[in-house]
Design a protein around this ligand. Structure first.
Ligand code: ZN
Length: 452
């Protein structure tokens, strides 16, 4: 659930690069900012075109691929097929056996020929003469890392990395339908929606977004060899206005020893709560906690609903809303298959109507862990999870509970934090919303005047 943690190994390795890039882009953006905040309206568009212009500046005509000038060779691009082995591929391309043996035996640490996998891309650079003998073999371990086997003269093998660059990106949106549509309309990667939902998972109930809620995001996009898009990085800073209430979010390393990144607001409060707002990532709130609910089916008698229902397709993962120990994982009557988790002496949560549970009694689960899947077991008319929130042994409405906050940023870290977020906050404040908003406002007033 928490993207920040799952990607931590990668982001750690790349961190130094990010910081370097940040300085570079920082320069460009400072230049932009001095204009952008004063002019209203088209700033986003201008920025985007400027961003593109600056990519072009960065992009020099690429003569070399994998460190070789391809024009000097006959190039063969292919992928490893069933039955291929390094030896066979080399023999097929007229490489002498002693050379193959040398790579296989002496360079096992760099290139273990037994580990080549079906489906992986490779490149063979052949001599341009009539013999078309393989000169270089390049095996692509993943989109960034590759191994070069140089078969010319004295044979050798070495590992290399493609150049990875980060481009800072600013996005903003106004909710008309839902978050993912608002971003997808702008051609933004789904991962950004997912990450944004994670940043605000504790503070905003995404099933209760209002038309007119709006947001701004700053994050980086990753490019390999300057041009190939390779996904988005974690969100650096964001702003979300829900029901007119603004919430800033800044990624900050809370614990440098464990390299834990948390999101804090502009007052250094942790955005994380001890409980997630809801147990599914994008569910629709279909029925609230209501002690006076009347159901026609039961002759309009009062049938209190002590749960909060989130409708979602069968099979949608259900997450533990906080760390805790599973006290029940069973099937019983109207509850169907359900899981109950004890978080501490005060709180427990319960998740009903599962298709299937993923955890057993006694198991310890972390917040965001998948504990089962949405289903229709027990007493239910459609696929949903009935989320029950227990406080001191009684069921309460989680949407009305002031959920306990996680610890704010340590006081000792705060001065550095505030100077770190100051330019980011200014940058956020300067991002304009897309023009759709204005058009819609006009339409709304037009309609209002018509109906008056
Ligand atoms: Zn329910």
């Amino acid at each position: 659930m928490i993207g920040v943690n799952s990607g931590s190994t990668i982001s750690l390795i790349l961190k130094n690069r990010i910081i370097k890039m940040q300085k570079y882009w920082g320069l460009i953006f400072i230049l932009l900012l001095s204009f952008s905040c004063k002019e209203s309206g088209k700033t986003t568009v201008e920025k985007q075109s400027l961003e593109i212009a600056s990519i072009e500046v960065l992009e020099k005509p690429i003569v070399k691929h994998f460190g070789f000038n391809l024009e000097e060779f006959e190039v063969q691009l292919d992928t490893i097929k069933n039955g291929d082995s390094f030896g066979k591929l080399m023999m097929d391309h007229k490489v002498d056996y002693p050379k193959i043996a040398k790579i296989t035996e002496e360079y096992r640490d760099t290139f273990d020929v037994r580990k080549i996998r079906v489906g992986k891309p490779y490149v063979i650079l052949k001599s341009k003469d009539t013999t078309a003998t393989a000169q270089v073999f390049i095996y692509e371990n993943d989109p960034i890392n590759y191994t070069v086997v140089d078969l010319r003269d004295s044979v050798k093998a070495y590992k290399e990395k493609k150049q990875v660059k980060y481009l800072e990106k600013e996005v903003s949106g106004v909710i008309t339908t839902n978050l993912s549509e608002s971003l997808l309309e702008q051609g933004i990667d789904y991962m950004v929606t997912h990450n944004l939902a994670n940043v605000y998972a504790w503070t905003i109930d995404f099933s209760m977004l209002q038309k007119g809620d709006r947001f701004k995001v700053i994050y980086k996009e990753k490019f390999i060899n300057d041009s190939i898009y390779a996904g988005s990085e974690q969100i650096e800073a964001a702003y979300f206005e829900h029901n007119g209430k603004p919430i800033y979010a800044f990624a900050y390393e809370n614990d440098s020893l464990k390299s834990i990144v948390d999101y804090f607001d502009d007052e250094a409060n942790n955005l994380r709560r001890t409980f997630l707002r809801m147990p599914v990532e994008f569910g629709r709130l279909s029925s609230r906690y209501n002690l006076k609910r009347r159901i026609r089916y039961y002759g309009n008698k009062i049938r209190p609903h002590k749960g909060t229902d989130y409708a979602a397709p069968v099979g949608t993962p259900i997450m533990a809303t906080a760390d805790g120990t599973v006290t029940e994982s069973t099937r019983r009557g109207g509850n169907g298959k359900y899981v109950k988790i004890r978080h501490n002496g005060t709180y427990s949560t319960q998740y009903l109507h599962m298709k299937k549970q993923k955890v057993k009694r006694g198991e310890f689960v972390r917040q965001g862990d998948v504990i089962g899947w949405v289903g229709m077991t027990g007493n239910t008319s459609g696929p949903h999870v009935c989320y029950r929130f227990w406080k001191n042994g009684r069921q309460v409405d989680p949407l009305r509970e002031e959920l306990p906050k996680a610890e704010p940023l340590a006081e000792t870290l705060q001065p550095e934090y505030f100077s770190y977020i100051s330019p980011l906050k200014e940058q956020l404040d300067c991002i304009a919303y897309p023009e759709i908003q204005e058009e819609e406002d006009i339409q709304a007033t037009d309609l209002a005047s018509l109906t008056e």
